[in-house]
Design a protein around this ligand. Structure first.
Ligand code: CO
Length: 459
């Protein structure tokens, strides 16, 4: 019996606990040890890392990736990609998606975990195809959610479709930490019975279910689990690597991890953890267990957004009404998984319905676009009356939204001009235009200053 581990310290744990603010220099020194630990993969890129590098850390995300690759030649590097949305929430044309995937692989990525917030397979198809073309591993990802239509059968169907597409593994992504141990066991068992590729489970410790769920999914045959080195584990991050390895070894599983190396890695990050706690970057609140998501069946982040929204409008007394309206809105919209940005969109709509005293009197542009089909196909049926109320006589899209978009790479390249020094720079600009341009300017400035300085020295 064997189970492997994906370490999330550089991406999801970093993102969930300290808003992806860990600079490269904070982990540079430990990379050789991370490379020796025996992980299945090192999740280190994608998600919010790219944005954070450009916006807050003044780092070139591509250069960060290349440096990690150089220091970790023996471990597979993994990234998270939101299918047709790449790293954000808007849809990009296919040429941009293909170029982004190609360059990610060229710069060092071995595994791309590809998901769509609605589990609309059309939105991951191009990214999967390009990943395979470039010889990397495509991991087809299921966004796990609870709803009357998201049953075992629907998940198995999705996994089979992705397997047919050629993905080399299936990942169950439980972003809210709401998958219970028994549900996880049943789901993984069903997947293992119906697909041949390895099954990976990703969860969060938010509700406290995380470690229990990971143990049960391994018993059901999961091949890989996601964990975080202990001093950056728990809470809104993943269960601890060392804890899971210890427990599973005791049960007789071969975990393939070097426990001495894990200790070195953990000891290395301890002072940084202390520093982030002191500075307030790491807030103890995110480390605690919060079971609200289990009571309300909505992710913890969504609940705090609702509370913040109502507090801002001095309407916190309406919270119970909004919480009752939320599942009704979700049902009207065909049960979208409550992952960003759908969680915010559904929450804002439920709030608007309650505060206006009339349902769908005020509708956000985003909800309108969703009902039009611009985010993809709703998992279930959209309520016809609500659709009519929102769209009037306008027909929803019959085709994939990306098919309505003009190619974008060359256009962006011309737009950013000399400031971009490579195709990678152009992709940074496409993904985060303002942040990338500001970064390019700063980079140029820094180099000019260096040149002046060295001329002075020669004088
Ligand atoms: Co996650």
């Amino acid at each position: 019996m064997k189970v492997q581990f994906t370490e999330t310290i550089l991406r999801d744990a970093n993102q969930s606990l300290i808003a992806t603010r860990m600079p490269f220099k904070e982990f540079e020194e430990i990379l050789p040890e991370l490379d020796k630990a025996g992980y299945y993969s090192l999740e280190c890129w994608g998600g919010a890392t790219f944005d954070s590098c450009l916006r807050y850390l003044s780092e070139d995300p591509w250069e960060r990736l290349r440096k990690i690759k150089a220091a970790c030649p023996n471990t597979k590097l993994q990234m998270l990609l939101r299918g047709q949305n790449l790293l954000g929430y808007k849809h990009y044309p296919d040429d941009v998606v293909r170029m982004f995937v190609k360059k990610s692989v060229e710069n060092g990525i071995d595994i791309i975990r590809i998901f769509d917030a609605l589990n609309d397979i059309r939105n991951i198809e191009v990214a999967v195809d390009e990943t395979l073309k470039n010889g990397a591993i495509a991991s087809g990802t299921i966004c796990y959610t609870l709803s009357p239509i998201h049953d075992l059968e629907s998940y198995v169907k999705l996994a089979k479709e992705m397997e047919k597409m050629g993905v080399q593994s299936i990942c169950v992504k439980d972003m809210a930490g709401i998958m219970g141990p028994q549900d996880g066991y049943d789901l993984v068992k069903a997947l293992k019975e119906n697909v041949k590729v390895p099954v990976i489970v990703h969860t969060h410790s938010t509700t406290g279910l995380g470690p229990l769920t990971l143990q049960k999914v391994v018993e059901a045959g999961a091949d890989v689990i996601d964990t975080a080195i202990s001093c950056f584990s728990g809470g809104t991050a993943q269960p601890a690597t060392e804890t899971m390895a210890y427990a599973l070894k005791q049960q007789g599983y071969e975990v393939g991890l070097d426990m001495d190396v894990l200790k070195k890695i953990n000891d290395f990050f301890k002072p940084y953890r202390e520093e982030t706690l002191k500075s307030g970057l790491l807030n103890p609140v995110v480390l605690a267990t919060s079971t609200d998501a289990l009571n309300y069946q909505i992710p913890g982040g969504m609940l705090s957004n609702l509370v913040a929204q109502l507090t801002a409008q001095n309407k916190l007394d309406k919270l119970d009404e909004v919480l009752a309206e939320t599942p009704r809105v979700r049902e009207d919209l065909g049960y979208p998984p409550l992952v960003t940005p759908m969680s915010q969109m559904v929450g804002v709509q439920a709030t608007a319905n309650v505060l206006a005293g009339e349902r769908y009197k005020n509708v956000s542009k985003e909800i309108k676009n969703y009902v039009k089909g611009e985010y993809g196909k709703a998992p279930g049926k959209i309520n016809k009356d609500v659709q009519k109320l929102i769209l009037g006589d306008e027909e929803p899209l019959k085709i994939r939204f990306a098919d309505t978009l003009e190619p974008g790479f060359e256009k962006a390249k011309a737009e950013i001009g000399d400031k971009a020094r490579s195709d990678e720079d152009v992709l940074s600009y496409i993904a985060f235009p303002a942040q990338a341009e500001a970064f390019f300017d700063k980079r140029q400035q820094k180099e000019e200053n260096t040149v002046k300085y060295s001329i002075r020295r020669v004088d």
